[in-house]
Structure formats: C-alpha cells, structure tokens
Design a protein around this ligand. Structure first.
Ligand code: ATP
Ligand code: MG
Length: 399
C-alpha cells in the first residue's frame, strides 16, 4: 500500500487499539486501486468526534459539526470523520440532519458513486458493498443505490457523476445516466460555487469528452450559469484533439473562445459562475495571448504583457486549435526579454527630474511607458545613457 497510507497507519492503529473501527475511505482508496497518485487520505471511524479527540494529543476541529476532526500525527494532518447517515433532503441539496452512527455500512450507503464507496482497513483489505471494485475494473461510473433517489437527495451528485467520467475516462452506467437526464433540472437548486468546483474539475479530466458528452446529452448544461444557449459550441469540445488542461484559467479561456464571447460577455459569464476577480483578469489576458498564438503574432511585447504563467495557459489551450508552440522554446523566448517588469528599467522618473529632462506631470509617465515598450521591443538598450538620450528626444517631441 502507498506511503501516504503507511504514514497514516499509526492513526488507524490507535483508534482500533481503543476498541473502535477505522478505515481509509473515498477518493484515496479508489485512486490507489487505479494506480493513480493520491492527494489526501481520508479516515472514517466508528468513534464519535469527542472519542477521537480523547485518543490523540493534538487535534483540530476542522469540521466538527459534520463529525470531522483533524488528527495531527508526526507533523501530518489526517481528517478523521465519524461514520454518519444523512436524512431529510428536502431541498435537493443538503441533508437536514446528520446522525453519527457506529456502522461502516451505513456510512458507505450515503456516498455518491460505487467507486467512491470503498473502504480499506489497516491490512489493505477492501470493504466493497456496492460492486465498486467491479466497476473500477470495468471502468464504470454508477450511483450507489437507486440513482434517481440519490440525485433527489443531493442534485450536485449529477455533476460529480459526469466529472468522474471525465476525470477517470470511465463510461457512465446507462441507468445512472438516464436518471441524470430525468433529473437534470434539479441542478438549478444547487449553489453555483459547488457546481463550479465540479465543472472546472470536469474540464481538467483525462478524457473530457466523456464528461462533456454526458453533460450535453443529459441536459445538465442547461442548468449551469450562462450555458443554456451554447449546446453546439460546447459540442465542439467533442471534435477537438484530446488535450489536458491544468488550470481554471485554461478552462475558461477554452470555453469562452469556443462560445465566441467578447470580453464583456466573458466577465459577465465568469461573474455568474462566481469565479474570483483574479481568475477573470487572468482569463481575459490569456485570451489575448491565445489570439496572438492563433494568428502567429506572438511578439516580444505580447510575451512581456502576458507574463510566463498565462502564456503557458494560452499555449495549453492553443493545442486544441493546433496552434501550440513548443513550450521550451516559449520559455526561452520569454527568458530572453530584456526586462520582465517596469521595475527593471534602469532609469526612473526621479532620474529624469534630477537631470532636468522633464518637469513633473503626466508627460513623465508617458515617456517612461514609451521607454518600457521600446526596451521590450529591443529598440533601446536598458542602459542609463541610452535611456537618457531617448528620453531627451521624447521630451523634445512633446514640447
Ligand atoms: P477527489 O480526488 O476529486 O478529491 P474524492 O472522491 O476524494 O475525489 P471528494 O469530493 O473529496 O471526492 O469527496 C470525498 C468522498 O466523500 C467521496 O469519495 C464520496 O465518497 C463522498 N462524497 C463527496 N461528495 C459527496 C456527495 N455530494 N454525495 C455523496 N457522497 C459524497
Ligand atoms: Mg478528496
């Protein structure tokens, strides 16, 4: 078993030695069986939160109302969650009531997909009550229990289902997919922030066509902010080359380009999706660079204004349009820029004032902006004498 689990074994052992059950659960078990890297190890236990806290020296109440306690062991934090059942999903979103229970089976029953409802004990033995292991083997996404009921309890699970199809490149079981198609309108009840998280992950999966196909076919796209009228545009994703995106900016750069949105439409759409201001700003910049890449007009000034991280985003998206350039060459080109930011100009406004080349005022900023652009373009060297000389010329022109 992977080192992440090995490291967490003392936590499981402590819980068990005190007469409780403890298992690894959820995504880490699934990904280990698939041979994928795991990020966080979740532990489920029959011990109640207060009982967990009493067993360890150092704990943090990260989600005590849901039964989650973070146990700190050898400097590592582990989320330990009490087995629980949920009931009374009156709003298609969240349970009205969470009840802590002693039975692992009850806890696994409330989980969304069979492949996410596996538990593993200290010896690496798997508890599989819903055929999750077979589904992993057959590359199948299937809801636990009666799909329609599970989507009524929490409509977000429909997005999670298509997201995992994309993430893992698995097919969705026909009965599960049919239940999504029949219940898609319930997605409108779900907070945008939760849909957003699944959507962005969907488009960063290893086979986004799988997820997108189901997202379109089931009609889920109609209940996502601003996408209702873009079925055909979204369907273009199915015909594009298979490429992996690795950031939210890349996701939006691609989607908004396919939908042929202008900048103000992009801002509006991303605000509807509750993306952060930073993401909106970055997406708008990456789109400019993508356009330059597609028109093969990526010059020094564009490299400079975009900055390396967003250049790499734009280049990732450019691959969909077969306009990608070699990433190493792009990095080299960027590194060769004479300056990376205005601060690197060796001449400052103060220098200009001291040399009496100019008096304070708006002209000064404009001259510095011109110098900045000309240095980036290689028209003037970033050296004091050269910049002074050029500043004199510009000051004369402005008289
Ligand atoms: P990832 O690798 O994306 O983190 P994950 O399986 O760990 O995948 P999480 O969202 O972290 O996904 O959830 C952890 C576990 O909690 C899931 O594996 C699943 O068992 C359960 N779960 C999460 N969200 C839901 C939900 N909306 N309904 C039912 N079970 C859920
Ligand atoms: Mg997780």
């Amino acid at each position: 078993i992977p080192s992440e689990f090995q490291q967490a074994l003392p936590v499981l052992k402590t819980i068990q030695d005190n007469g409780f059950e403890a298992y690894f659960v959820g995504g880490s078990v699934r990904d280990t069986i698939l041979g994928l890297p795991i990020h966080d190890v979740d532990i489920a236990t029959s011990a109640y939160p207060a009982e967990v806290k009493a067993l360890f020296k150092k704990t943090v109440d990260t989600g005590i109302e849901h039964g989650t306690v973070m146990v700190i062991d050898h400097g590592e934090g582990y989320e330990v969650t009490t087995f629980r059942t949920e009931s009374g999903y009156q709003d298609y979103r969240r349970p009205d009531k969470v009840t802590f229970v002693r039975s692992l089976a009850d806890d696994l029953k409330r989980r969304d997909l069979t492949i996410n409802a596996l538990a593993m004990n200290m010896n690496g033995e798997i508890v599989d009550l819903f055929g999750g292991l077979d589904d992993l083997k057959n590359h199948l996404i299937r809801a636990v229990g009666v799909p329609a009921e599970r989507y009524h309890e929490d409509a977000l699970r429909m997005m999670r289902t298509v997201r995992f199809a994309s993430k893992l490149d698995f097919a969705i079981d026909p009965i599960t997919e049919k239940a999504i198609a029949e219940n898609a309108p319930l997605l409108a009840k779900i907070a945008v922030e939760r849909i957003h998280e699944e959507w962005v992950k969907l488009l960063q999966g290893r086979n986004i066509k799988r997820g997108v196909q189901a997202f379109i076919d089931t009609g889920l796209y109609q209940y996502c902010p601003g996408l209702k009228d873009y079925r055909a545009e979204l369907a273009q994703l199915l015909a594009l080359p298979a490429i992996k995106l690795t950031s939210e900016e890349a996701v939006w750069t691609l989607i908004t380009t396919l939908c042929e949105l202008d900048d103000s439409q992009v801002s509006r759409l991303l605000r509807q999706w509750k993306s952060s201001r930073e993401i909106i700003h970055n997406t708008l910049k990456a789109r400019v660079a993508l356009r330059a890449l597609r028109q093969q007009q990526l010059d020094a000034l564009m490299l400079y204004q975009t900055g390396l991280p967003l250049l790499l985003v734009a280049n990732q998206v450019a691959a969909f349009f077969k306009n990608q350039v070699d990433e190493t060459a792009l990095r080299t080109q960027y590194e060769k820029l004479p300056i990376k930011s205005k601060r690197e100009l060796v001449l400052t406004g103060n220098d200009l004032l001291k040399a009496k080349i100019i008096t304070p005022g708006p002209w000064m900023g404009q001259i510095l902006n011109t110098l900045e652009v000309e240095v980036v373009q290689g028209k003037v060297a970033n050296q004091t004498a050269a910049l002074m000389g050029r500043a004199c010329e510009l000051a004369k022109q402005s008289d």
